[in-house]
Design a binder for this molecule. Structure first.
Ligand code: NAD
Length: 483
């Protein structure tokens, strides 16, 4: 395992603030933030209570008339400045992100670069009104108007990217926002709030750290019109139930149990590095990570061998160490869940191709683990593991592989791999998911809608489809005959 580095890592930092109405402010309490590579508290973040939430919502409402009256072009310029600020501060933000989230520093930089480019991409998508009829008698058009104040609730696996997507969607379409990061990873989002303080008019962006209860208060708050929630299926269901009280619009980006189906004609050595990356990047803590690999019996042994070869290359360690490819699990709760799944998989008699043991350190490290001969009903196949342990399952008949891939309440994404992209595309189109990839996995773009089928979500992010979910369609129907 790579050595942990950076002597200053355990220095307690307190220089974080909430952003409310253009002011940096303390909260009602504080959150202890743990560096998952050490298991120790390294910073404190302010935590908002109901009073701070009310103030943030009131500020966002005050800022709304002026912000929503601006043109799309005008708002695009603000978002370009925001992307510029993310890039200028990429190194410092990446270090902070690695300390609080655990991911290797290179992946942290990639996350920030991606947040910047996706933001710019979204702010170039035209939102136009639709003319339904325009004849001598009548004109009927549909215009899209901002919903109002958006509440944005994010998880701990990619805090910057998963805040930037909904935040830019909300702002570009004329809404104002209150952003709440996960209590496990509040720091980089708070820092971004601070950096954006002088870029946007006061009250347009408000950033509140806080516990789970703050998220719930946001879903209940009568001053919030839309909730964008990214997180687990279980919490997503609570968000939907709670938002029903005020009939808030919701976008739910939830968990997944993505299958990758590998057909009989692939070159296993060429496919293995791509599959491994899609399963293990960010230590598997990615909603659309490959979480089950279904491999045709013809290439099964060769693919397993090539995946094991990949696993050997992925050094586990502190994300600040340049040699690290696999950082720690982000938090103790998730780490304990993975150890439970590991024990359950061992008990079920599965065969371990790689990993299977857990390093004994104070950090939440977990070796890259590949398992086979797994019971299809075992937890590692049925549940979203959200970690660096992936089952490789054998199939003979493509119909059977499709049935097993679809036999889940999840439906985020999936992929099919083949030398023949058209053959693979016909199979991929039958996956019950929001996104079906061929010969790739985990590829998203600002102009392509992303989101889950079944219990993996509600609505879409990105593209005009995602942006319009922050807007209300308003029909203007004009009878042209004078009265
Ligand atoms: P989580 O559901 O525990 O928490 C997510 C956020 O919700 C946090 O900010 C939390 O404080 C808040 N929250 C908790 N209880 C709440 C409540 N009752 N009301 C409102 N907010 C509440 O999820 P997590 O463990 O932080 O994230 C991991 C999950 O997120 C995984 O399942 C992963 O697949 C999913 N995820 C999905 C996507 C996607 O785009 N589909 C992307 C990333 C992560």
């Amino acid at each position: 395992m790579a050595q942990a580095q950076a002597a200053s890592q355990n220095d307690l930092r307190n220089d974080f603030a909430l952003l409310i109405d253009g002011e940096l402010t303390v909260g009602a309490g504080h959150l202890d933030v743990i560096n998952p590579a050490t298991g120790k508290v390294f910073a404190h973040a302010p935590a908002a209570g109901r009073v701070e939430l009310d103030r943030a919502v009131a500020a966002a409402r005050r800022a709304l008339p002026e912000w929503s009256a601006r043109s799309f072009e005008d708002r695009t310029q603000f978002i370009k400045r925001m992307a510029g600020i993310l890039r200028t501060n990429q190194d410092a933000l990446a270090e902070l992100l690695t300390r609080e989230q655990g991911k290797p520093i290179g992946q942290a930089k990639d996350e920030i670069g991606r947040a910047a480019s996706q933001s710019e991409g979204m702010a170039q998508i035209p939102i136009t009104s639709e003319l339904i009829t325009d004849d001598a008698e009548r004109r009927i058009e549909v215009r899209y108007v901002p919903l109002g104040v958006a509440g944005i609730i994010t998880p701990w696996n990619a805090p910057i990217n998963l805040a930037a997507g909904p935040l830019v969607s909300a702002l570009y379409t004329g809404n104002t926002a209150v952003v709440k990061p996960s209590p496990y990873t509040p720091l980089s989002t708070l820092k971004i709030g601070e950096l954006l303080r002088d870029v946007f008019p006061r009250g347009v962006i408000n950033v509140l750290a806080g516990g789970d209860e703050l998220g719930q208060w946001m879903t209940e708050h009568p001053g919030i019109d839309k909730i964008s929630f990214t997180g687990s299926v279980a919490t997503g269901k609570k968000v939907m139930a709670s938002a029903a009280g005020t009939l808030k619009r919701i976008t739910l980006e939830l968990g997944g149990n993505d299958a990758a189906i590998v057909l009989d004609d692939v070159d296993p050595k060429a496919v293995a590095p791509k599959l491994f990356f899609a399963g293990f990047v960010n230590s598997g803590q990615v909603c659309m990570a490959v979480k089950r690999i279904y491999a045709h019996e013809k290439i099964y042994d060769a693919l397993c061998a090539a995946l094991v070869e990949e696993a050997r290359k992925w050094t586990v360690g502190d994300g600040l160490d340049a040699a690290t490819k696999l950082g720690p699990i982000q938090n103790r709760m998730q780490y304990d869940k993975l150890v439970d799944i590991l024990d359950d998989t061992k008990r079920s008699g599965a065969r371990f191709l790689a990993g299977g043991d857990v390093p004994q350190t104070s950090g939440y490290f977990f070796n890259p683990t590949l398992v086979t001969d797994v019971d299809e009903k075992s937890r590692i196949v049925r549940e979203e593991q959200f970690g660096p342990i992936v089952p490789v399952l054998k199939f003979t008949d493509v119909e059977d592989a499709l049935r097993r891939a679809n036999d889940t309440r999840y439906g985020l994404s999936g992929s099919v791999w083949s030398r023949d992209p058209e053959r693979a595309a016909a199979i991929a189109a039958r996956l019950e998911v929001g996104t079906a990839w061929v010969n790739q996995h985990r590829t998203t773009a600002a102009n392509v809608p992303f989101g889950g089928a079944k219990e993996s979500g509600m609505g879409r992010t990105y593209a005009a489809m995602g942006l319009k979910s922050y807007m209300e369609p308003r029909v203007i129907s004009v009878l042209k005959q004078p009265l």
